[in-house]
Every structure is written in structure tokens, then in C-alpha cells.
Design a protein around this ligand. Structure first.
Ligand code: ATP
Length: 361
């Protein structure tokens, strides 16, 4: 990865409030990078310091090899797309997109028209130029905003919760489209979102932020499978937490896990250095399963009683009470033909696999 954006020791104070704490970060050329975290963790502030809308209190922000200190937002090779798309309803689609070129006095009318057409084509709105902006759907408006931001060919596109105003279906469709668009134009996208699924779907890498700090920086799969700690694990999807006691660690880790008994796991199942003694083990709901009557398995099984059933159509989520474990285990089961939905109070068996455990600090 060739770094395009470098942040070194970046701090941001608002009066007494420490909004960014010693952020070190490199974002690559052509990377789809996401800043993910709960409300107030500082992700928008971080994006705005890259955009130049916000000065840093200390530290370095560089784009390319250039220190951005004192460089105004409109002179940086960045462009921003906001949550509220800021489309002018009284203008046509083409006029809205051409607004992105308003400062380019070097271009004549024909050159501008060509760029507008190219940008609209790029976001799947070819032929929409003459339409009135107010007559567009939410998804189409967002595409107009994207076209307007991309027409200046920035090196970096900054996206602040760009999809949050869309309904679920449109949001999912736009996630895939944004991802395709980023690959097509090949420039760096930095997305701010509090939606973990959105980040996992689109990003090459994700920085998970808490209270002004980066809790973990990794690709989607690593974040999901090997969260560094309980906080990250809890924020990225659902996770069952079991208390454990580590006896020995080396190439393999030996531990006793509440409800599961003695377990041996591989060293890479602990993202952080291991300490002998009390620990917590995590396991995702879909890594557990229910052994239905008539089914067999060669894997490990524990007995339990169904405590709660939540039916989602494609999936059923069960809470199953298991001896030795404080909270019922949450289990996600795909609903397939011939598989009944169990009722609360039913006795059942839970299948687990030591390979899907993660040891958390
Ligand atoms: P959200 O998803 O809710 O937008 P966020 O992670 O983007 O959250 P920020 O907007 O970066 O969070 O804000 C981080 C913290 O800094 C918040 O506690 C916020 O109240 C504070 N903050 C942001 N801007 C200012 C400001 N101009 N003056 C004072 N405090 C601010």
C-alpha cells in the first residue's frame, strides 16, 4: 500500500474536551477506508481535519508528501459528500453537477458539458441531465451529489454518513454501487459511518474508534473474526462472552471456558499477547448451532434449554441457557426446509467448535 494520507500524533481539543487523542494513521492510495464508531467518538472530527474544515491542536496531517497545516479546504486535493446531499432542487441534474466546476474558469462551456456527462455516466445517471433535481429519489440525489464531488477529480473523496438518510433497501443497493464506483475511479474514499455492516461490506480497511482513539485498525474479516478486545467485538456485530482461565500459552493455548470445559486453541486465536490467568472468550452466534432431533455431529455438544426465540424469516435467533454460563448463549440458525422452530422451554443441544473461539483481553 502506497500511503496517500498520513496522520501523526494528531490531537484535537474543543476547549477542555479532548476529541482526538494522538491519532497515528496511514491511508493508502486507492483505498476504501472507513472510520467506524459510536456517536461522539470523533470520526467526523477526524474526517474534517483531513478535509481542512477543522485545524488540529497538534500533530501532522499530510496528503501526498505535503504538510496540510495552513492549507485551506478548497486548496486540498479532497472533496466531501455530506449526509444531507445539499442538492439544489430548483436546478436541473446537470446544473447541480456543473456546480462542482464553478471555479474552473479555464474550461469553456463545451468542455464543462462533457465533464458533466462523464460524471453522470459514472454514477449511473447517464441521460438524466435535463431532469429537475427535485423530482429525483433519495438514491438518485445521492448519486448527483457524488457526481458533483467527483467531477473535480479529487485524490480523496470524503464521505460523511452518505447513506444514512436512505431506506434500508436503497442503502444496501448504494453500498454495492459505491464500492463499484470506488474501484472504477480508483481514488481514495474515506467513509464515516456508525453502521458496522456498511463498513464491513464496503471497506478495504476499517478504523474502529472509541472516545477519540483508534481501538482497532484492520480489514473487515480480521475485525469480525479477531477483534482485539471486548469493546471492538461488541461494536462489530453480536458476540457471546464466556469467562475463561488460561493455563498455558505457546504455539497453542490451553484454557478452561465456562460451560465448555477444557479447550485448546491456536495461538492466532488470540489477537493480543496472552496472559496466564482469568480471561474472556468470545464466540459469534452463527458459529454456534443447534443439534435438531435426528441430526448427528462429530463436534463438541453441550445440553441446554431454550430461553428466548426471535424469528427473522431467513434466520431464527435462539437464546439457550447452558449450565455453567451466566448469560444464555445467543445462537443464529438459518431456517431451512424440514427444520422446526423450537419453542421456549425446549430441551436442546448446542454444537460448538474450538476453532471459532477468540481470546479477548
Ligand atoms: P456522530 O456520529 O454523532 O456524528 P462522531 O463520532 O462523528 O459522532 P464528532 O462529531 O467527531 O463525533 O464529535 C466528537 C466529539 O467532539 C463529540 O463529543 C462532540 O460533541 C465534540 N465536538 C465536535 N465538534 C465540536 C465543536 N465544534 N465544539 C465543541 N465540541 C465539539
Amino acid at each position: 500500500m502506497k500511503p496517500l494520507i498520513t496522520l501523526k500524533g494528531v490531537n484535537k481539543h474543543y476547549g477542555d474536551y479532548h476529541a482526538l487523542r494522538d491519532i497515528d494513521l496511514e491511508i493508502g492510495e486507492g483505498e476504501f477506508f472507513s472510520l467506524l464508531g459510536p456517536s461522539g467518538c470523533g470520526k467526523t472530527t477526524l474526517l474534517r481535519t483531513i478535509a481542512g474544515f477543522e485545524d488540529v491542536s497538534s500533530g501532522l496531517v499530510a496528503i501526498g508528501d505535503k504538510d496540510m497545516a495552513g492549507v485551506a479546504a478548497h486548496l486540498r486535493p479532497t472533496n466531501m459528500v455530506f449526509q444531507s446531499y445539499a442538492i439544489f432542487p430548483h436546478l436541473s441534474v446537470a446544473e447541480n453537477v456543473a456546480f462542482g466546476l464553478r471555479k474552473r474558469s479555464d474550461l469553456d462551456k463545451a468542455a464543462k458539458r462533457k465533464l458533466v456527462e462523464e460524471a453522470l455516466e459514472m454514477v449511473g445517471l447517464g441521460g438524466f441531465g435535463k431532469r429537475a433535481a427535485h423530482a429525483l429519489s433519495g438514491g438518485q440525489r445521492q448519486r448527483v451529489a457524488l457526481a458533483r464531488a467527483l467531477i473535480l477529480k479529487p485524490k480523496v473523496l470524503l464521505l460523511d454518513e452518505p447513506l444514512s438518510a436512505l431506506d434500508k433497501k436503497m442503502r444496501e443497493q448504494m453500498q454495492v454501487e459505491l464500492m463499484r464506483l470506488q474501484r472504477h475511479v480508483g481514488i481514495t474514499f474515506i467513509l464515516v459511518t456508525h453502521d458496522q455492516e456498511e463498513a464491513l461490506v464496503m471497506s478495504d480497511r476499517i478504523a474502529v474508534m472509541f472516545e477519540g482513539e483508534i481501538g482497532q485498525l484492520a480489514d473487515s474479516e480480521t475485525l469480525y473474526k479477531r477483534p482485539r478486545n471486548r469493546k471492538v467485538a461488541d461494536f462489530i456485530g453480536k458476540m457471546n462472552f464466556l469467562s475463561a482461565d488460561v493455563q498455558a500459552s505457546g504455539a497453542q493455548i490451553d484454557l478452561t471456558v465456562a460451560g465448555l470445559g477444557d479447550v485448546r486453541i491456536a495461538a492466532e486465536q488470540s489477537p493480543e499477547p496472552v496472559n496466564v490467568g482469568p480471561a474472556v472468550v468470545g464466540i459469534r452466534p452463527e458459529m454456534l448451532s443447534i443439534l435438531f432431533t435426528g441430526e448427528t455431529t462429530t463436534k463438541s455438544v453441550i445440553d441446554g434449554v431454550v430461553d428466548e426465540v426471535v424469528y427473522y424469516g431467513d434466520m431464527t435467533y435462539y437464546d439457550v441457557r447452558v449450565p455453567g454460563v451466566e448469560k444464555p448463549l445467543n445462537i443464529a440458525m438459518k431456517n431451512v426446509i424440514g427444520r422446526p422452530v423450537l419453542e421456549v422451554g425446549a430441551r436442546t443441544r448446542v454444537v460448538w467448535d474450538a476453532r471459532s473461539l477468540v481470546l479477548l483481553n
